[in-house]
Design a protein around this ligand. Structure first.
Ligand code: F6P
Length: 324
């Protein structure tokens, strides 16, 4: 049966979103479906900012970071009036189905829209890897490698000056980038929301290691733990005052969201985009594509939103043991 499928990206952009757009677009066209690209996420859907996507419209985007559809966080879409405008635009474009690429907030939007009869499929895209139903989200691999590259550069200067680098990485409510790059760079520890920490204990460890001859240190801070009065800069000052090791804070920020997607992100995005169209072709609706035990699976949106996200506690413990 012929279908018209809309595609949008919503929330923070993530490297690999373009690869997913390309895969979903071409998989749909290959089945004879019409594809509509929606600009600026749900806000664009409300404003009717959309255009037909052809095979060539998604050429040469596979390797590009960001999202060619642009993205937004739409407050209006959380209102009934906004939802009704979006639904009216879906109807006007003859859109039976919508593929949304983003995080849990994006899925909550899809759930709301599905109640108006639009068949929605979610693809996990966020650098934070914090979507509860899936082991992996598009963009995570590239972002953690970008953070790692920056950490390696910081290590050069901290070694030369015998300093401690306090490095804040992204992860609004999640320490997945943090714990991985902390392990990969040999940091003394990582402060995350998932695991309680004691800064005095970390300072004691730095002091002991300094006594034993170690000259430079890294402490990773996952963004979620900082707040007013406890910024990365405050942490660096505290460490310096307690240990005597000159400390500098660096906030990596949005640089982690950019750049060409890694091979892994591209391949995962391609698989997920294709899988999303297969779900629709097979008559499924209101599902989220996810990774479980390294395999693609799908869950009902409601079920997906109510799952629990795991955290690599073991890796966190191991990195602390190895930083002696
Ligand atoms: O969700 C991805 C993310 O980059 C988080 O790590 C970060 O907290 C947030 O988005 C930043 O959002 P914005 O770009 O809207 O400031």
């Amino acid at each position: 049966m012929a279908m018209t499928i809309g595609i949008l990206t919503s929330g923070g952009d993530a490297p690999g979103m373009n690869a997913a757009i390309r895969a979903a677009t071409r998989a749909a066209i290959a089945r004879g479906y019409k594809v509509i690209g929606i600009r600026r996420g749900y806000q664009g859907l409300i404003e009717g900012d959309m255009f037909e996507l052809g095979v060539r419209d998604v050429s040469d985007i596979l390797h590009r970071g960001g999202t060619v559809l642009c993205t937004a966080r739409s407050k209006e879409f959380t209102t009934q009036a906004g939802l009704e405008k979006a639904k009216a635009n879906c109807d006007a474009a003859g859109m039976d189905a919508l593929i949304v690429i983003g995080g849990d907030g994006t899925y909550r939007g899809a759930l709301d829209l599905s109640r108006y009869g639009v068949k929605c499929i979610g693809i996990p895209g966020t650098i934070d890897n914090d979507i509860v139903c899936t082991e992996y989200t598009i963009g995570f691999d590239t972002a953690q490698n970008t953070a790692l590259e920056m950490l390696d550069k910081l290590k050069d200067t901290e070694m030369s000056h015998h300093r401690c680098s306090v490095v804040e990485v992204m992860g609004r409510n999640a320490g997945h980038i943090g714990v991985n790059v902390a392990a990969a760079t040999g940091a003394i520890d990582c402060l995350t929301v998932e695991r309680p920490f004691d800064l005095d204990e970390i300072c004691d460890k730095i002091s002991e290691q300094k006594e034993a001859g170690k000259t430079h240190f890294e402490l990773i801070v996952a963004e979620g733990v900082v707040h007013e009065g406890f910024t990365s800069d405050d942490i660096a000052k505290y460490i310096e005052a307690k240990t005597g090791v000159t400390s500098r804070a660096t906030v990596l920020g949005h640089v982690q969201r950019g750049g060409a997607p890694s091979c892994y992100d591209r391949v995962m995005a391609l698989k997920m985009g294709y899988y999303a169209v297969e779900l629709l072709a097979n008559g499924f609706k209101n599902r989220i594509v996810a990774v479980k035990n390294n395999k693609l699976v799908d869950y009902d949106i409601n079920e997906a939103l109510n799952m629990q996200k795991g955290y690599d506690e073991k890796l966190h413990s191991v990195l602390r043991i190895l930083s002696i």
